[in-house]
Ligand binder design. Sequence first.
Ligand code: GDP
Ligand code: MG
Length: 315
Amino acid sequence: MGFLDKLKLGRLREGLSETRENVFGKVCLLLAGRAKVDDALLEEVEEILIAGDVGVETAAQIIEKINSRAKQDGYQTTEGLVNLLKDEVQRAFVNGIPSELQDPSALSFVQKPHVIMIVGVNGVGKTTTTAKLAFLYGQKGKKVLLAAADTFRAAANEQLKIWAERAGVNLLQQARGTDPGAVAHDALRSAIAHQADVMIVDTAGRLHTKVNLMEELKKIRRVLRKQLPDAPQEILLVLDATTGQNAVEQAKQFTEAIGVTGLVLTKLDGTAKGGIVVAISKALKIPVKFIGVGEGIEDLQPFDREAFVDALFAR
Ligand code: GDP
Ligand code: MG
């Protein structure tokens, strides 16, 4: 593992410190004081998992598996339970979705431009994620174009401009109130003309008109498809991890309405409930592709299941 990788894992650990201390750290503490695994102990572990937003069902399944494995292996002490637990949390991801879909390096750019639509409700971190993604791809030497399709919030536009400058990427913006479909259309035309590798479309989370948000998003998608049949190759739903189980509900709605190819879980640095990542990937069978662990432009990481679980349990 290179220095940079280590640094990143360090950042991830830092970002997840809340969850670690409050959920998984608690489990470790609980286990450290016990000599033997019994039902009462497992029940306590289950409660901690639920409190950490892993989800009632998932927590029960994890405990159930630990129980049966413990019986099978004649496992009696708490010593190896942390490892078992780590194992089962990992499995919860695997069982949820095919593991190859979870590989964040599977960001293929078969067709240029690779169009990514960023969707989600207000305040979850769409604009921030758009900028962070632009920065990430820019760092990888990709030519990036941002499309500001949240045309209702002047502040959002201004914010994106500052971010784009910071990320060193191009940005297509139009006057406030412009039809978002038109912005998407013009941006894609420009991206094709300038042979951009990636185009990222930031969208609104709530509308100031009577137009239904889902209808607007469908329209943007339609406009993109007209010009480039495979576009958008990616629809990333941004979810705020601090909203807990609410995020699961949002994910269901967006998935039904426009289809979602991947999730971005933001604000994992600000929650003690990182277990939501497990709950969501399991419930929706949609891969978590990126996680946000801070407000800075570098605070977005391709989601790596193993690194994530390691960081959760790191002491
Ligand atoms: P949008 O309405 O979905 O576009 O949300 P914004 O991108 O404007 O972000 C809303 C707020 O969330 C801002 O204050 C961001 O700085 C903050 N934010 C976004 N992502 C993260 C994250 O990963 N961690 C933290 N701590 N804050 C974040
Ligand atoms: Mg925004």
